[in-house]
Design a protein around this ligand. Structure first.
Ligand code: NAD
Ligand code: GLY
Length: 377
């Protein structure tokens, strides 16, 4: 059903989850064919599109035209752009709007936007009428390679990131790579951190390729499509084996325990985007691994060099305005979901492509590491 719309034909990655399996369609111009893809899977469904105002101004008309062309009726629900929309007040407004739009079982919620919209709209879909299906139409690099895949949905609490949510798999992901052409450079770079993450977790060859070819990925075309497909295949494989994160899915949190604490310390603001926090957190995870004697210091330097070369932050000192005291970072780490009965779980690494889940990490060692990181060399 997927149509080649240019020199770069669309690709399909399958997420295998028994009766919750779905396709990820990746390619340029897919918003134009979204109506046909959705109608083929869910003829006659009513649709409610959730988008942020920025994405709506750029891409919503195209999506609505595509849906109407396939005979699908849709309504739109718009929210403010930014992490602030992953909040209880916005969640309530979206849920009420979905009910008001008479979205019922058999109908579809469509999340058009980045990870904020996917997480928010997916969570709303998971609770309205005890759960309606949803489609992800991710429009940032980060959401195309990570957040739209795997079914983690949710909002933030005053206590920290993503502390309220549900597992709710989409029924389809449509990643239109042309949408990335309107993405600000800083946002694209932030999403690249999650691409590099897949190499660092368990694919050293992919990381080496990125070290050589990252400029082509940033330029677009085939290299970008290849990197998005490789990332989606990596995520689909892990999610297929461990949907609910009872084991290896935790590897996808590489850089996130430090990163989430940094996002909280910077007030979930434009001072540090999620992907930037992940980049810094991954650099820290490798330096911490080196400090614990798990990997050679030159491995940590290699990781830092690549992230810094693409323009991502790798040191606390790179965060405009700083991050406050280490005690605040430690408090945020203690609230993270990766804490089991007080002992800290981190994703550490024995090398590039050699990430592993480390349980029972000594909080005093983390504190000493962060004190060192906070002291300029
Ligand atoms: P985002 O959704 O805030 O989008 C970033 C910015 O780009 C926004 O201002 C948005 O309006 C704008 N934008 C989006 N698409 C655009 C386009 N095509 N052209 C121009 N502007 C565009 O942020 P994000 O980086 O996509 O996602 C970050 C969120 O994803 C965080 O909340 C993070 O916790 C979450 N996340 C979730 C998962 C998961 O598995 N559910 C995984 C990783 C990250
Ligand atoms: N981004 C982490 C996960 O999807 O599990």
């Amino acid at each position: 059903m997927t149509m080649p719309s240019s020199a770069h034909p669309a690709r399909t990655v399958r997420v295998d989850l028994a009766n919750r399996s779905y396709d990820i369609l990746i390619g340029p111009g897919l918003i134009e064919t979204a109506g046909r893809e959705i109608a083929a899977r869910r003829p006659g469904a009513r649709l409610a599109i959730v988008a942020d105002e920025t994405v709506a101004a750029l891409h919503l008309d195209r999506l609505e035209a595509s849906l109407a062309g396939a005979g699908l009726a849709s309504t739109r629900i718009l929210v403010a752009p930014g992490e602030g929309s992953k909040s209880f007040p916005t969640f309530e407004r979206v849920v009420e709007a979905l009910i008001d739009a008479k979205i019922e079982r058999g109908d579809l919620v469509v999340a058009l936007g980045g990870g904020v919209i996917g997480d928010l709209a997916g969570f709303a879909a998971s609770v309205v009428r005890r759960g309606v299906d949803f489609v992800q139409v991710p429009t940032t690099l980060l959401s195309q390679v990570d957040s739209s895949v795997g079914g983690k949905t949710g909002i933030n609490s005053a206590h920290g990131k993503n502390l309220v949510g549900a597992f709710h798999q989409p029924v389809l992901v449509i990643a239109d790579t042309s949408a990335l052409d309107t993405l600000p450079a800083r946002e694209f770079r932030a999403g690249y951190a999650e691409v590099a993450k897949y190499g660092l977790i368990d694919d050293a060859a992919f990381f080496s390729e990125l070290e050589s070819n990252w400029r082509e990925v940033f330029e677009g075309g085939r290299a970008r499509l290849d990197a998005i497909e490789t990332s989606c295949r990596a995520k689909a494989a892990i999610v297929g084996r461990d949907e609910r994160e009872s084991g290896e899915r935790a590897l996808l949190n590489l850089g996130h325990t430090f990163g989430h604490a940094l996002e909280k310390a910077t007030g979930f603001s434009q001072r540090l985007l999620h992907g930037e926090a992940v980049a810094l957190g991954m650099a820290q995870a490798f330096r911490f691994s080196a400090k614990l004697g798990l990997c050679a210091p030159k491995v940590a330097e290699r990781v830092e060099d690549h992230l810094a070369e693409v323009g991502l932050p790798t040191r606390l000192q790179h965060i405009a305005g700083g991050v406050g005291p280490v005690s605040d970072l430690m408090a945020a780490i203690a609230q993270d979901k990766k804490v089991a009965r007080g002992s800290l779980t981190f994703i550490l690494a024995r090398g590039v492509g050699g990430a592993f889940i480390a349980k029972d990490v000594d909080p005093a060692a983390v504190q000493a590491f962060l004190e060192e990181e906070a002291t300029p060399a």
